[in-house]
Write a protein that binds this ligand. Structure first.
Ligand SMILES: Nc1ncnc2c1ncn2[C@@H]1O[C@H](COP(=O)(O)OP(=O)(O)OP(=O)(O)O)[C@@H](O)[C@H]1O
Ligand SMILES: [Mg+2]
Length: 577
Protein backbone atom coordinates (compact mmCIF):
# COMPACT_ATOMS: atom_id res chain seq x y z
CA UNK A 1 0.00 0.00 0.00
CA UNK A 2 2.72 2.40 1.08
CA UNK A 3 4.88 1.48 -1.88
CA UNK A 4 1.96 1.81 -4.29
CA UNK A 5 1.16 5.24 -2.93
CA UNK A 6 4.77 6.40 -2.99
CA UNK A 7 5.24 4.99 -6.48
CA UNK A 8 2.26 6.85 -7.84
CA UNK A 9 3.12 10.13 -6.19
CA UNK A 10 6.85 10.14 -6.93
CA UNK A 11 6.26 9.75 -10.67
CA UNK A 12 6.20 13.51 -11.41
CA UNK A 13 9.49 13.88 -9.50
CA UNK A 14 11.52 11.30 -11.40
CA UNK A 15 14.18 13.84 -12.36
CA UNK A 16 14.95 15.22 -8.89
CA UNK A 17 14.85 11.67 -7.51
CA UNK A 18 17.40 10.55 -10.10
CA UNK A 19 19.56 13.54 -9.13
CA UNK A 20 19.29 12.67 -5.44
CA UNK A 21 20.28 9.08 -6.14
CA UNK A 22 23.29 10.16 -8.21
CA UNK A 23 24.43 12.61 -5.52
CA UNK A 24 24.05 9.92 -2.88
CA UNK A 25 26.11 7.51 -4.96
CA UNK A 26 28.97 10.00 -5.27
CA UNK A 27 28.75 10.84 -1.60
CA UNK A 28 28.80 7.19 -0.50
CA UNK A 29 31.65 6.34 -2.83
CA UNK A 30 33.71 9.10 -1.24
CA UNK A 31 32.81 7.92 2.26
CA UNK A 32 33.75 4.37 1.36
CA UNK A 33 37.05 5.29 -0.21
CA UNK A 34 38.33 7.49 2.63
CA UNK A 35 39.41 4.71 5.07
CA UNK A 36 41.35 2.99 2.27
CA UNK A 37 43.25 6.22 1.62
CA UNK A 38 43.74 6.59 5.34
CA UNK A 39 45.39 3.16 5.48
CA UNK A 40 47.58 4.15 2.56
CA UNK A 41 48.71 7.35 4.31
CA UNK A 42 49.67 5.45 7.46
CA UNK A 43 51.25 2.41 5.81
CA UNK A 44 53.10 4.14 2.98
CA UNK A 45 53.48 7.69 4.29
CA UNK A 46 53.68 7.97 8.07
CA UNK A 47 55.46 4.70 8.84
CA UNK A 48 58.21 5.00 6.20
CA UNK A 49 58.42 8.79 6.92
CA UNK A 50 57.48 9.85 3.37
CA UNK A 51 56.08 13.37 3.95
CA UNK A 52 55.45 13.90 0.24
CA UNK A 53 53.14 10.87 0.13
CA UNK A 54 51.32 12.05 3.27
CA UNK A 55 50.72 15.48 1.73
CA UNK A 56 49.65 14.12 -1.63
CA UNK A 57 47.19 11.52 -0.34
CA UNK A 58 46.11 13.94 2.41
CA UNK A 59 45.24 16.46 -0.31
CA UNK A 60 43.19 13.86 -2.16
CA UNK A 61 41.40 12.98 1.09
CA UNK A 62 40.60 16.65 1.72
CA UNK A 63 39.22 17.07 -1.79
CA UNK A 64 37.12 13.91 -1.42
CA UNK A 65 35.71 15.17 1.88
CA UNK A 66 34.76 18.41 0.19
CA UNK A 67 33.00 16.55 -2.65
CA UNK A 68 31.25 14.39 -0.08
CA UNK A 69 30.03 17.40 1.88
CA UNK A 70 28.70 19.24 -1.16
CA UNK A 71 26.96 16.16 -2.52
CA UNK A 72 25.41 15.26 0.82
CA UNK A 73 24.18 18.80 1.36
CA UNK A 74 22.68 19.09 -2.10
CA UNK A 75 21.04 15.68 -1.77
CA UNK A 76 19.42 16.66 1.53
CA UNK A 77 18.18 19.91 -0.01
CA UNK A 78 16.54 18.15 -2.95
CA UNK A 79 15.19 15.37 -0.75
CA UNK A 80 13.42 17.82 1.54
CA UNK A 81 12.02 19.82 -1.37
CA UNK A 82 10.77 16.77 -3.24
CA UNK A 83 9.24 15.24 -0.12
CA UNK A 84 7.39 18.45 0.67
CA UNK A 85 6.10 18.76 -2.89
CA UNK A 86 4.98 15.14 -2.80
CA UNK A 87 3.18 15.80 0.48
CA UNK A 88 1.45 18.80 -1.01
CA UNK A 89 0.22 16.74 -4.00
CA UNK A 90 -1.08 14.05 -1.69
CA UNK A 91 -2.88 16.55 0.53
CA UNK A 92 -4.43 18.25 -2.49
CA UNK A 93 -5.72 14.93 -3.81
CA UNK A 94 -7.15 13.83 -0.48
CA UNK A 95 -8.85 17.20 -0.05
CA UNK A 96 -10.25 17.20 -3.58
CA UNK A 97 -11.50 13.67 -3.12
CA UNK A 98 -13.14 14.41 0.22
CA UNK A 99 -14.94 17.30 -1.48
CA UNK A 100 -16.72 14.77 -3.70
CA UNK A 101 -18.01 12.83 -0.68
CA UNK A 102 -21.67 12.91 0.20
CA UNK A 103 -22.83 13.29 3.78
CA UNK A 104 -22.85 9.49 3.99
CA UNK A 105 -19.09 9.08 3.43
CA UNK A 106 -18.13 12.00 5.66
CA UNK A 107 -20.24 10.37 8.34
CA UNK A 108 -18.50 7.05 7.83
CA UNK A 109 -14.99 8.39 8.40
CA UNK A 110 -15.89 11.20 10.77
CA UNK A 111 -14.73 14.75 10.18
CA UNK A 112 -11.97 14.49 12.80
CA UNK A 113 -10.40 11.47 11.17
CA UNK A 114 -10.59 13.05 7.73
CA UNK A 115 -8.71 16.06 9.07
CA UNK A 116 -6.03 13.91 10.73
CA UNK A 117 -5.64 11.91 7.56
CA UNK A 118 -5.14 15.01 5.43
CA UNK A 119 -2.67 16.63 7.82
CA UNK A 120 -0.88 14.36 10.28
CA UNK A 121 -0.94 11.19 8.17
CA UNK A 122 0.42 12.97 5.12
CA UNK A 123 3.10 14.52 7.35
CA UNK A 124 4.21 11.04 8.50
CA UNK A 125 4.56 9.94 4.91
CA UNK A 126 6.53 13.08 4.11
CA UNK A 127 8.96 12.29 6.91
CA UNK A 128 9.36 8.77 5.63
CA UNK A 129 9.99 10.00 2.10
CA UNK A 130 12.87 12.19 3.28
CA UNK A 131 14.26 9.14 5.07
CA UNK A 132 13.84 6.95 2.03
CA UNK A 133 15.68 9.43 -0.17
CA UNK A 134 18.52 9.72 2.31
CA UNK A 135 18.82 6.12 3.43
CA UNK A 136 17.35 3.66 1.03
CA UNK A 137 20.18 4.26 -1.43
CA UNK A 138 22.88 5.07 1.10
CA UNK A 139 22.42 2.31 3.66
CA UNK A 140 22.63 -0.78 1.42
CA UNK A 141 25.52 0.58 -0.65
CA UNK A 142 27.39 1.68 2.42
CA UNK A 143 26.79 -1.68 4.12
CA UNK A 144 27.75 -3.89 1.19
CA UNK A 145 30.58 -1.57 0.11
CA UNK A 146 32.08 -1.52 3.59
CA UNK A 147 31.97 -5.31 3.85
CA UNK A 148 33.72 -5.69 0.50
CA UNK A 149 36.36 -3.09 1.30
CA UNK A 150 36.91 -4.59 4.75
CA UNK A 151 37.48 -7.94 3.05
CA UNK A 152 39.96 -6.30 0.74
CA UNK A 153 41.86 -4.91 3.70
CA UNK A 154 42.10 -8.22 5.50
CA UNK A 155 40.20 -11.46 4.92
CA UNK A 156 40.87 -13.23 8.20
CA UNK A 157 39.81 -10.23 10.32
CA UNK A 158 36.60 -10.08 8.29
CA UNK A 159 35.55 -13.41 9.80
CA UNK A 160 34.60 -11.33 12.85
CA UNK A 161 31.80 -9.85 10.76
CA UNK A 162 30.21 -13.29 10.57
CA UNK A 163 29.52 -13.00 14.29
CA UNK A 164 28.84 -9.29 14.63
CA UNK A 165 26.38 -8.84 11.75
CA UNK A 166 23.88 -11.58 12.68
CA UNK A 167 23.86 -10.42 16.31
CA UNK A 168 23.18 -6.86 15.22
CA UNK A 169 20.46 -7.70 12.72
CA UNK A 170 18.68 -10.04 15.17
CA UNK A 171 18.70 -7.40 17.90
CA UNK A 172 17.35 -4.74 15.56
CA UNK A 173 14.65 -6.99 14.10
CA UNK A 174 13.41 -7.84 17.58
CA UNK A 175 13.19 -4.18 18.50
CA UNK A 176 11.56 -2.96 15.29
CA UNK A 177 9.08 -5.85 15.23
CA UNK A 178 7.59 -4.68 18.51
CA UNK A 179 7.15 -1.13 17.22
CA UNK A 180 4.75 -1.88 14.34
CA UNK A 181 1.50 -2.49 16.24
CA UNK A 182 2.22 0.39 18.60
CA UNK A 183 2.57 2.80 15.68
CA UNK A 184 -0.81 1.80 14.32
CA UNK A 185 -2.50 2.46 17.62
CA UNK A 186 -0.67 5.76 18.02
CA UNK A 187 -2.29 7.05 14.84
CA UNK A 188 -5.73 6.10 16.14
CA UNK A 189 -5.04 7.98 19.38
CA UNK A 190 -4.22 11.09 17.37
CA UNK A 191 -7.62 10.68 15.71
CA UNK A 192 -9.26 10.49 19.10
CA UNK A 193 -7.60 13.62 20.48
CA UNK A 194 -8.70 15.44 17.36
CA UNK A 195 -12.25 14.17 17.75
CA UNK A 196 -12.59 15.10 21.41
CA UNK A 197 -11.09 18.53 20.79
CA UNK A 198 -13.37 19.19 17.84
CA UNK A 199 -16.46 18.11 19.68
CA UNK A 200 -15.62 20.31 22.63
CA UNK A 201 -14.97 23.37 20.52
CA UNK A 202 -18.18 22.86 18.56
CA UNK A 203 -20.20 22.31 21.71
CA UNK A 204 -18.44 24.99 23.74
CA UNK A 205 -21.64 26.85 24.60
CA UNK A 206 -23.34 23.72 25.85
CA UNK A 207 -20.29 22.78 27.90
CA UNK A 208 -20.37 26.22 29.54
CA UNK A 209 -24.13 26.21 29.98
CA UNK A 210 -24.05 22.93 31.85
CA UNK A 211 -20.79 23.80 33.64
CA UNK A 212 -19.28 20.57 32.38
CA UNK A 213 -15.79 22.03 31.91
CA UNK A 214 -14.25 19.63 34.38
CA UNK A 215 -15.91 16.62 32.84
CA UNK A 216 -14.73 17.67 29.39
CA UNK A 217 -11.24 18.39 30.66
CA UNK A 218 -10.99 14.94 32.11
CA UNK A 219 -12.31 13.47 28.87
CA UNK A 220 -9.59 15.28 26.97
CA UNK A 221 -7.00 14.34 29.57
CA UNK A 222 -8.03 10.71 29.10
CA UNK A 223 -7.44 10.80 25.37
CA UNK A 224 -4.25 12.80 25.86
CA UNK A 225 -2.76 10.50 28.52
CA UNK A 226 -3.64 7.54 26.39
CA UNK A 227 -1.58 8.98 23.55
CA UNK A 228 1.26 9.69 25.94
CA UNK A 229 1.21 6.11 27.18
CA UNK A 230 1.49 4.69 23.68
CA UNK A 231 4.16 7.24 22.67
CA UNK A 232 6.13 6.40 25.80
CA UNK A 233 6.02 2.68 25.13
CA UNK A 234 7.13 3.38 21.60
CA UNK A 235 9.87 5.70 22.89
CA UNK A 236 11.12 3.12 25.39
CA UNK A 237 11.58 0.54 22.67
CA UNK A 238 13.16 3.07 20.37
CA UNK A 239 15.52 4.18 23.12
CA UNK A 240 16.84 0.61 23.36
CA UNK A 241 18.20 0.78 19.83
CA UNK A 242 21.04 3.21 20.29
CA UNK A 243 22.60 1.55 23.36
CA UNK A 244 22.23 -1.88 21.77
CA UNK A 245 24.09 -0.80 18.67
CA UNK A 246 26.73 1.03 20.71
CA UNK A 247 27.39 -1.97 22.95
CA UNK A 248 27.70 -4.32 19.98
CA UNK A 249 29.95 -1.81 18.24
CA UNK A 250 32.25 -1.32 21.24
CA UNK A 251 32.62 -5.04 21.81
CA UNK A 252 33.47 -5.68 18.19
CA UNK A 253 36.00 -2.83 18.22
CA UNK A 254 37.63 -4.40 21.26
CA UNK A 255 37.74 -7.73 19.45
CA UNK A 256 39.25 -6.13 16.34
CA UNK A 257 41.88 -4.30 18.41
CA UNK A 258 42.67 -7.42 20.39
CA UNK A 259 43.18 -9.74 17.42
CA UNK A 260 44.57 -7.01 15.19
CA UNK A 261 46.98 -5.79 17.89
CA UNK A 262 48.52 -9.23 18.23
CA UNK A 263 48.90 -9.49 14.49
CA UNK A 264 50.51 -6.06 14.26
CA UNK A 265 53.00 -7.31 16.90
CA UNK A 266 53.64 -10.41 14.78
CA UNK A 267 54.18 -8.14 11.80
CA UNK A 268 51.47 -9.89 9.76
CA UNK A 269 49.25 -6.79 9.74
CA UNK A 270 50.07 -3.18 9.06
CA UNK A 271 48.78 -0.58 11.57
CA UNK A 272 47.13 1.46 8.78
CA UNK A 273 45.15 -1.58 7.67
CA UNK A 274 43.97 -2.15 11.22
CA UNK A 275 42.73 1.43 11.48
CA UNK A 276 40.98 1.22 8.10
CA UNK A 277 39.36 -2.01 9.14
CA UNK A 278 38.05 -0.38 12.31
CA UNK A 279 36.63 2.45 10.25
CA UNK A 280 34.86 0.05 7.87
CA UNK A 281 33.42 -1.81 10.82
CA UNK A 282 32.00 1.45 12.11
CA UNK A 283 30.54 2.19 8.70
CA UNK A 284 28.88 -1.22 8.51
CA UNK A 285 27.25 -0.68 11.86
CA UNK A 286 26.19 2.80 10.82
CA UNK A 287 24.58 1.40 7.68
CA UNK A 288 22.63 -1.13 9.72
CA UNK A 289 21.50 1.58 12.08
CA UNK A 290 20.41 3.86 9.23
CA UNK A 291 18.41 1.06 7.68
CA UNK A 292 16.78 0.49 11.05
CA UNK A 293 15.85 4.15 11.25
CA UNK A 294 13.83 3.72 8.08
CA UNK A 295 12.26 0.64 9.60
CA UNK A 296 11.27 2.62 12.69
CA UNK A 297 9.36 5.08 10.56
CA UNK A 298 7.91 2.60 8.13
CA UNK A 299 5.28 0.94 10.37
CA UNK A 300 3.68 4.28 11.18
CA UNK A 301 3.92 5.49 7.59
CA UNK A 302 2.44 2.21 6.40
CA UNK A 303 -0.57 2.70 8.64
CA UNK A 304 -0.88 6.28 7.43
CA UNK A 305 -0.68 5.20 3.80
CA UNK A 306 -3.46 2.68 4.37
CA UNK A 307 -5.61 5.31 6.02
CA UNK A 308 -5.02 7.76 3.17
CA UNK A 309 -5.58 5.15 0.50
CA UNK A 310 -8.83 4.16 2.21
CA UNK A 311 -10.08 7.71 1.75
CA UNK A 312 -8.90 7.87 -1.86
CA UNK A 313 -10.49 4.51 -2.67
CA UNK A 314 -13.89 5.47 -1.26
CA UNK A 315 -16.26 6.55 -3.97
CA UNK A 316 -19.07 8.90 -3.15
CA UNK A 317 -22.43 7.16 -2.86
CA UNK A 318 -23.94 10.10 -4.68
CA UNK A 319 -22.60 9.38 -8.15
CA UNK A 320 -22.48 12.18 -10.71
CA UNK A 321 -24.35 11.27 -13.91
CA UNK A 322 -22.38 9.77 -16.80
CA UNK A 323 -24.40 11.70 -19.33
CA UNK A 324 -25.65 14.89 -17.76
CA UNK A 325 -29.14 15.99 -18.67
CA UNK A 326 -29.48 19.64 -19.65
CA UNK A 327 -30.68 21.86 -16.80
CA UNK A 328 -34.39 22.46 -16.63
CA UNK A 329 -35.27 25.82 -15.27
CA UNK A 330 -38.98 25.18 -14.84
CA UNK A 331 -41.36 22.35 -14.26
CA UNK A 332 -41.45 21.97 -10.51
CA UNK A 333 -40.50 19.14 -8.24
CA UNK A 334 -41.92 15.67 -8.05
CA UNK A 335 -41.24 12.74 -5.73
CA UNK A 336 -42.43 9.31 -6.82
CA UNK A 337 -42.70 6.52 -4.26
CA UNK A 338 -39.50 7.52 -2.55
CA UNK A 339 -38.00 5.25 0.07
CA UNK A 340 -34.95 6.21 2.11
CA UNK A 341 -32.96 4.55 4.85
CA UNK A 342 -30.01 6.15 6.70
CA UNK A 343 -26.75 4.17 6.48
CA UNK A 344 -26.74 1.50 9.15
CA UNK A 345 -30.35 2.12 10.19
CA UNK A 346 -32.80 -0.77 10.57
CA UNK A 347 -35.94 0.85 9.21
CA UNK A 348 -36.48 3.28 6.35
CA UNK A 349 -37.18 6.86 7.37
CA UNK A 350 -39.32 7.53 4.30
CA UNK A 351 -41.81 5.01 2.93
CA UNK A 352 -43.32 5.44 -0.52
CA UNK A 353 -43.46 9.22 -0.32
CA UNK A 354 -44.97 10.97 -3.34
CA UNK A 355 -45.32 14.69 -3.79
CA UNK A 356 -45.89 17.18 -6.57
CA UNK A 357 -44.81 20.78 -6.11
CA UNK A 358 -45.70 23.02 -9.02
CA UNK A 359 -44.04 26.25 -10.13
CA UNK A 360 -45.78 29.36 -8.87
CA UNK A 361 -47.23 27.40 -5.96
CA UNK A 362 -46.30 26.98 -2.33
CA UNK A 363 -46.20 23.41 -1.11
CA UNK A 364 -45.98 22.93 2.64
CA UNK A 365 -44.81 19.89 4.57
CA UNK A 366 -45.92 19.40 8.14
CA UNK A 367 -45.42 16.55 10.55
CA UNK A 368 -44.24 15.88 14.06
CA UNK A 369 -40.59 15.91 15.07
CA UNK A 370 -38.67 13.08 13.45
CA UNK A 371 -41.32 12.40 10.81
CA UNK A 372 -38.76 12.75 8.01
CA UNK A 373 -39.27 16.30 6.72
CA UNK A 374 -35.59 17.27 6.69
CA UNK A 375 -34.68 13.91 5.20
CA UNK A 376 -37.14 14.44 2.37
CA UNK A 377 -35.72 17.85 1.47
CA UNK A 378 -32.13 16.53 1.52
CA UNK A 379 -32.92 14.15 -1.33
CA UNK A 380 -33.63 16.99 -3.75
CA UNK A 381 -30.10 18.54 -3.94
CA UNK A 382 -28.70 14.97 -3.61
CA UNK A 383 -27.13 15.28 -0.19
CA UNK A 384 -28.29 11.68 -0.16
CA UNK A 385 -29.81 9.56 -2.93
CA UNK A 386 -33.16 7.81 -2.47
CA UNK A 387 -32.95 4.03 -2.06
CA UNK A 388 -36.07 3.49 -4.15
CA UNK A 389 -38.35 5.69 -6.19
CA UNK A 390 -37.44 8.85 -8.02
CA UNK A 391 -36.89 12.51 -7.36
CA UNK A 392 -37.68 14.53 -10.47
CA UNK A 393 -36.99 18.14 -11.32
CA UNK A 394 -38.97 19.37 -14.29
CA UNK A 395 -39.57 15.73 -15.19
CA UNK A 396 -35.85 14.81 -15.12
CA UNK A 397 -34.44 12.45 -12.49
CA UNK A 398 -32.04 14.44 -10.26
CA UNK A 399 -29.52 11.62 -10.61
CA UNK A 400 -29.09 12.48 -14.28
CA UNK A 401 -28.83 16.23 -13.84
CA UNK A 402 -25.41 17.83 -14.02
CA UNK A 403 -24.13 18.80 -10.54
CA UNK A 404 -23.68 22.48 -11.27
CA UNK A 405 -27.04 22.69 -12.97
CA UNK A 406 -28.65 20.94 -10.02
CA UNK A 407 -27.08 23.38 -7.59
CA UNK A 408 -28.30 26.29 -9.71
CA UNK A 409 -31.83 24.90 -9.84
CA UNK A 410 -32.32 23.93 -6.19
CA UNK A 411 -31.95 26.35 -3.29
CA UNK A 412 -32.05 24.61 0.08
CA UNK A 413 -32.07 26.58 3.31
CA UNK A 414 -31.08 23.96 5.86
CA UNK A 415 -32.73 23.61 9.24
CA UNK A 416 -29.52 24.64 10.98
CA UNK A 417 -28.09 27.19 8.56
CA UNK A 418 -24.35 27.43 8.28
CA UNK A 419 -22.48 30.64 7.49
CA UNK A 420 -18.84 30.71 6.49
CA UNK A 421 -16.14 32.89 7.98
CA UNK A 422 -15.90 36.05 5.93
CA UNK A 423 -18.28 38.96 5.56
CA UNK A 424 -22.03 39.31 5.17
CA UNK A 425 -21.45 40.00 1.47
CA UNK A 426 -19.14 37.02 0.92
CA UNK A 427 -21.75 34.76 2.50
CA UNK A 428 -24.58 36.18 0.43
CA UNK A 429 -22.56 35.77 -2.76
CA UNK A 430 -21.78 32.12 -1.96
CA UNK A 431 -24.15 30.78 -4.61
CA UNK A 432 -23.77 33.67 -7.04
CA UNK A 433 -20.33 35.32 -6.91
CA UNK A 434 -21.27 37.95 -9.51
CA UNK A 435 -24.26 39.42 -7.67
CA UNK A 436 -24.20 43.20 -7.39
CA UNK A 437 -24.66 45.05 -4.12
CA UNK A 438 -28.19 46.04 -5.17
CA UNK A 439 -29.08 42.39 -5.65
CA UNK A 440 -27.74 41.63 -2.17
CA UNK A 441 -29.85 44.40 -0.65
CA UNK A 442 -32.93 43.23 -2.54
CA UNK A 443 -32.45 39.72 -1.16
CA UNK A 444 -31.95 41.14 2.33
CA UNK A 445 -35.16 43.12 1.87
CA UNK A 446 -37.15 40.02 1.06
CA UNK A 447 -35.54 38.07 3.90
CA UNK A 448 -36.45 40.92 6.29
CA UNK A 449 -32.80 41.29 7.13
CA UNK A 450 -32.14 44.79 5.78
CA UNK A 451 -32.62 46.50 9.13
CA UNK A 452 -30.16 44.50 11.08
CA UNK A 453 -27.50 44.48 8.35
CA UNK A 454 -27.84 48.27 8.03
CA UNK A 455 -27.39 48.52 11.80
CA UNK A 456 -24.07 46.68 11.64
CA UNK A 457 -21.19 49.20 11.66
CA UNK A 458 -19.74 47.88 8.43
CA UNK A 459 -22.99 46.86 6.74
CA UNK A 460 -22.40 44.30 4.02
CA UNK A 461 -18.71 44.18 4.91
CA UNK A 462 -19.39 43.26 8.56
CA UNK A 463 -17.41 40.17 9.44
CA UNK A 464 -19.03 36.81 10.06
CA UNK A 465 -17.33 34.23 12.24
CA UNK A 466 -16.99 30.58 11.27
CA UNK A 467 -20.43 28.94 11.39
CA UNK A 468 -22.06 32.35 11.82
CA UNK A 469 -21.50 32.22 15.55
CA UNK A 470 -21.35 36.01 15.93
CA UNK A 471 -24.94 36.64 14.78
CA UNK A 472 -28.15 35.55 16.48
CA UNK A 473 -30.04 32.42 15.48
CA UNK A 474 -32.79 34.44 13.81
CA UNK A 475 -30.27 36.65 12.02
CA UNK A 476 -28.40 33.59 10.79
CA UNK A 477 -31.65 32.14 9.50
CA UNK A 478 -32.50 35.31 7.61
CA UNK A 479 -29.01 35.61 6.11
CA UNK A 480 -29.31 32.01 4.95
CA UNK A 481 -32.66 32.80 3.32
CA UNK A 482 -31.12 35.86 1.65
CA UNK A 483 -28.16 33.76 0.45
CA UNK A 484 -30.51 31.41 -1.38
CA UNK A 485 -32.46 34.34 -2.82
CA UNK A 486 -29.27 35.83 -4.27
CA UNK A 487 -28.58 32.55 -6.09
CA UNK A 488 -32.09 32.71 -7.64
CA UNK A 489 -32.86 29.02 -8.04
CA UNK A 490 -36.15 27.87 -9.53
CA UNK A 491 -36.96 25.50 -6.66
CA UNK A 492 -36.75 26.84 -3.10
CA UNK A 493 -36.66 24.46 -0.16
CA UNK A 494 -37.10 26.08 3.25
CA UNK A 495 -36.52 23.69 6.13
CA UNK A 496 -38.18 25.34 9.11
CA UNK A 497 -36.43 28.52 8.02
CA UNK A 498 -38.82 30.98 9.62
CA UNK A 499 -38.98 29.36 13.04
CA UNK A 500 -36.91 32.06 14.75
CA UNK A 501 -39.03 34.91 13.36
CA UNK A 502 -42.06 36.38 15.08
CA UNK A 503 -45.40 35.85 13.35
CA UNK A 504 -45.61 39.38 11.89
CA UNK A 505 -42.10 39.32 10.41
CA UNK A 506 -42.71 35.88 9.03
CA UNK A 507 -45.91 37.01 7.31
CA UNK A 508 -44.06 39.95 5.72
CA UNK A 509 -41.25 37.65 4.60
CA UNK A 510 -43.69 35.21 3.00
CA UNK A 511 -45.52 38.00 1.20
CA UNK A 512 -42.26 39.46 -0.15
CA UNK A 513 -41.12 36.00 -1.18
CA UNK A 514 -44.39 35.23 -2.96
CA UNK A 515 -44.09 38.33 -5.14
CA UNK A 516 -40.30 38.17 -5.70
CA UNK A 517 -40.27 34.49 -6.64
CA UNK A 518 -43.69 34.25 -8.22
CA UNK A 519 -42.66 31.71 -10.87
CA UNK A 520 -40.59 29.58 -8.56
CA UNK A 521 -41.53 26.34 -6.86
CA UNK A 522 -41.65 26.90 -3.10
CA UNK A 523 -41.48 24.03 -0.64
CA UNK A 524 -41.83 25.08 2.98
CA UNK A 525 -41.33 22.84 5.99
CA UNK A 526 -42.80 24.34 9.13
CA UNK A 527 -43.85 23.48 12.65
CA UNK A 528 -46.26 26.40 12.97
CA UNK A 529 -49.70 25.95 11.49
CA UNK A 530 -49.91 29.66 10.79
CA UNK A 531 -46.94 29.28 8.42
CA UNK A 532 -48.56 26.63 6.28
CA UNK A 533 -52.31 27.18 6.33
CA UNK A 534 -52.25 29.48 3.29
CA UNK A 535 -50.15 27.08 1.21
CA UNK A 536 -51.61 25.81 -2.07
CA UNK A 537 -51.02 22.26 -1.00
CA UNK A 538 -50.08 20.78 2.36
CA UNK A 539 -48.45 17.38 2.73
CA UNK A 540 -48.78 15.67 6.12
CA UNK A 541 -45.96 13.30 7.08
CA UNK A 542 -46.19 10.81 9.90
CA UNK A 543 -43.24 8.51 10.63
CA UNK A 544 -42.16 8.71 7.01
CA UNK A 545 -45.60 8.01 5.52
CA UNK A 546 -47.71 10.57 3.69
CA UNK A 547 -50.95 10.54 5.65
CA UNK A 548 -52.69 13.37 3.89
CA UNK A 549 -52.41 16.09 1.29
CA UNK A 550 -54.63 18.95 0.24
CA UNK A 551 -55.46 22.47 1.32
CA UNK A 552 -55.92 23.51 4.92
CA UNK A 553 -59.71 23.26 4.68
CA UNK A 554 -59.63 19.87 2.97
CA UNK A 555 -57.21 18.46 5.51
CA UNK A 556 -59.15 19.84 8.49
CA UNK A 557 -62.07 17.83 7.23
CA UNK A 558 -60.20 14.77 6.02
CA UNK A 559 -56.98 14.19 7.98
CA UNK A 560 -57.02 13.21 11.62
CA UNK A 561 -53.25 13.74 12.00
CA UNK A 562 -53.48 17.23 10.55
CA UNK A 563 -56.43 18.12 12.77
CA UNK A 564 -54.44 17.00 15.80
CA UNK A 565 -51.46 19.14 14.84
CA UNK A 566 -53.65 22.15 14.16
CA UNK A 567 -55.73 21.84 17.31
CA UNK A 568 -52.59 21.50 19.43
CA UNK A 569 -51.71 25.04 18.32
CA UNK A 570 -55.01 26.79 17.55
CA UNK A 571 -58.53 26.76 18.93
CA UNK A 572 -61.38 25.34 16.88
CA UNK A 573 -62.50 28.83 15.84
CA UNK A 574 -59.02 30.00 14.86
CA UNK A 575 -58.54 26.89 12.76
CA UNK A 576 -61.75 27.47 10.90
CA UNK A 577 -61.17 31.19 10.40
N1 LIG B 1 -27.93 11.37 9.92
C1 LIG B 1 -28.86 10.52 10.39
N2 LIG B 1 -28.53 9.23 10.61
C2 LIG B 1 -29.46 8.35 11.04
N3 LIG B 1 -30.73 8.66 11.30
C3 LIG B 1 -31.12 9.93 11.13
C4 LIG B 1 -30.20 10.92 10.66
N4 LIG B 1 -30.85 12.09 10.57
C5 LIG B 1 -32.13 11.84 10.97
N5 LIG B 1 -32.28 10.54 11.30
C6 LIG B 1 -33.53 9.89 11.72
O1 LIG B 1 -34.48 10.06 10.69
C7 LIG B 1 -35.74 10.40 11.20
C8 LIG B 1 -36.29 11.64 10.50
O2 LIG B 1 -35.44 12.73 10.76
P1 LIG B 1 -35.67 14.17 10.13
O3 LIG B 1 -34.53 15.01 10.51
O4 LIG B 1 -35.97 14.01 8.69
O5 LIG B 1 -36.99 14.63 10.92
P2 LIG B 1 -37.74 16.00 10.82
O6 LIG B 1 -39.12 15.68 10.40
O7 LIG B 1 -36.99 16.97 10.02
O8 LIG B 1 -37.75 16.44 12.34
P3 LIG B 1 -37.72 17.92 12.96
O9 LIG B 1 -39.09 18.45 12.84
O10 LIG B 1 -37.36 17.69 14.37
O11 LIG B 1 -36.72 18.70 12.22
C9 LIG B 1 -35.58 10.58 12.69
O12 LIG B 1 -36.18 9.48 13.33
C10 LIG B 1 -34.10 10.57 12.93
O13 LIG B 1 -33.81 9.81 14.07
MG1 LIG C 1 -36.01 18.65 10.41
Amino acid sequence: MLIRLLGAYSRPYRKPIAAITALQLVQISATLYLPTLNADVINNGVLPGDTGHVLRIGGVMLALTLVQMVCAGTAVYFSARTAMALGRDLRADVFAHVQTFSVREVGRFGAASLITRTTNDVQQIQTLVVMVFTLMVAAPIMGVGSVLLALRQDVSMSLLLLIVLPVLVTAMTLIVGRMGPLSASLQQRVDRINKVMREQLTGLRVVRAFVRDEHEQSRFAGANDDTLAVSLRLGHIQALMMPTVTVIMEFSSIAVLWFGGHRVDDGTLQPGTLIAFLQYLTQILQAVMLAMLAFILSPRARVCAERIQEVLDTASSVVPPLVAAPPRSSGGLELRDVEFRYPGAQKPVLHGVSLTALPGRTTAIVGSTGSGKTTLLQLVPRLFDADAGQVLLGGTDVRTVDRTALAATVGLVTQRPYLFSGTVASNLRYGNPDASDEELWRALDIAQARDFVTALPEGLQASIAQGGSNVSGGQRQRLAVARVLVARPSVYLFDDSFSALDAATEARLRDALASAAADATLVVVAQRVSSVRDADCILVLDEGHVVGDGTHTELMAGSETYREIVLSQLTEEEAAA
